[in-house]
Write a protein that binds this ligand. Structure first.
Ligand SMILES: NC(=O)c1ccc[n+]([C@@H]2O[C@H](COP(=O)([O-])OP(=O)(O)OC[C@H]3O[C@@H](n4cnc5c(N)ncnc54)[C@H](OP(=O)(O)O)[C@@H]3O)[C@@H](O)[C@H]2O)c1
Length: 258
C-alpha cells in the first residue's frame, strides 16, 4: 500500500504541530505549513522525521499563506509532484485580533477582512486546491479547526468568533458538496495551551483565563494540543461515517454557565 498523506496548515506551532507529529508517528507522510517563520516549521519537521523514521514516513515543509489562493495552489502542486495524493487536509491555520467584546470600536472592516481571509477563505481555498488529490483515493477527509467561540460567541474578539461560526457553516456546505468522495468535519477546541493565547493576552491575563476556564469547565482542565490532535486523527481517519459535524474538545466548558 502507498503511504498516506496529511497536509496540516499552520503546523509550525501549537495544535497544528501536535497534529503533524501524531500523523507522522502513525506512519503518514506530512506537510508542515507556515506563512511567516521558517525556523519553527523546520524544528517541527525534524520532530516529525524522528517520529516517522522507524516506519519510513516522509516530511515536506511548505511556506504558504492560506489567504493567498496562489500559495494554496502552489502547495497542492508540491504535494502532487512529491506524493501524488492527499488523504487528509487539516485546515488549522488561523488568526485573530484580541479585542474585548464590548469594545466595538476596537474592530474595523479591515480587521474582519483580514481574519476572514485566513480563517474562512483560506480554508475554502485549501479545499479547492486539494480537491482533486483528496478525491484520488476516496474517501478523503477535511478537518477544519474551528473554536468553541463559534457556538458561545466568546473568544479573542467578535470578528474571530464570527469567522469560526462561518467556518462551521462552510463545513456543512462542503460536506454536502463533496460527498461521497470527501468527508468534511470540524473541531471546536476550548482553551488550548499554545503560544496563541499566551502571546495574544500577555502572561497575567493568560494565567487568569486559565484559572477561570478550569473553574467553569466540567472536567476542570484546559486543553493540550495533543488532545486536539487526537480529535483530528479521529475525524480525519476513524470517523468514516461522519461528515458535516463539529466536535467540541473543550473539557466540558460549554456545559457550564459563562
Ligand atoms: N489556542 C487556543 O486556545 C485555540 C482555541 C480554539 C481554536 N484554536 C484554533 O486552532 C488553530 C491553531 O491555533 P494555535 O493555538 O495552535 O496557534 P499558534 O500556536 O499560534 O499556531 C498558529 C500557526 O498558524 C500559522 N499561520 C498563521 N497564519 C497563517 C496563514 N495565513 N497561513 C498559513 N499558516 C498560518 C502559524 O505560523 P506563521 O506565524 O509562521 O504563519 C502557526 O504555525 C487556529 O485556527 C485557532 O483559531 C485555538
Amino acid at each position: 500500500m502507498e503511504r498516506k498523506v496529511c497536509v496540516v496548515t499552520g503546523s509550525s506551532s501549537g495544535i497544528g504541530a501536535a497534529t503533524a507529529r501524531l500523523y507522522a508517528e502513525r506512519g503518514w507522510n506530512v506537510v508542515i505549513n507556515y506563512s511567516r517563520e521558517a525556523a519553527p516549521a523546520e524544528a517541527v519537521a525534524a520532530e516529525c522525521r524522528a517520529l516517522g523514521q522507524s516506519v519510513g514516513a516522509e516530511v515536506m515543509v511548505c511556506q504558504a499563506n492560506v489567504a493567498e489562493d496562489a500559495d494554496c495552489r502552489a502547495l497542492a502542486a508540491a504535494v502532487e509532484a512529491r506524493w501524488g495524493r492527499c488523504d487528509v487536509l487539516v485546515n488549522n491555520a488561523g488568526t485573530t485580533k484580541f479585542v474585548g467584546a464590548r469594545n466595538l470600536d476596537g474592530l474595523d472592516a479591515e480587521d474582519f477582512a483580514r481574519i476572514y481571509a485566513v480563517n474562512v477563505i483560506g480554508a475554502f481555498q485549501m479545499v479547492r486546491a486539494l480537491e482533486p488529490l483528496l478525491k484520488r483515493h476516496p474517501p478523503g477527509a477535511v478537518v477544519n479547526m474551528s473554536s468553541i467561540a463559534s457556538v458561545t460567541g466568546m473568544g479573542s474578539s467578535v470578528a474571530y468568533a464570527a469567522s469560526k461560526g462561518a467556518l462551521n457553516t462552510l463545513t456543512l456546505s462542503l460536506a454536502r458538496a463533496l460527498g461521497p468522495a470527501i468527508r468534511v468535519n470540524a473541531i471546536a477546541p476550548g482553551l488550548v495551551e499554545t503560544p496563541w493565547l499566551q502571546n495574544g493576552m500577555g502572561a497575567e491575563r493568560y494565567a487568569a483565563s486559565v484559572q477561570g476556564y478550569k473553574a467553569r469547565a466540567a472536567l476542570a482542565e484546559i486543553i493540550q494540543p495533543e488532545d486536539v490532535a487526537r480529535a483530528a486523527w479521529y475525524l480525519g481517519v476513524d470517523a468514516v461515517k461522519t461528515t458535516g459535524e463539529w466536535l467540541a474538545v473543550d473539557a466540558g466548558a460549554k456545559l457550564m454557565p459563562m
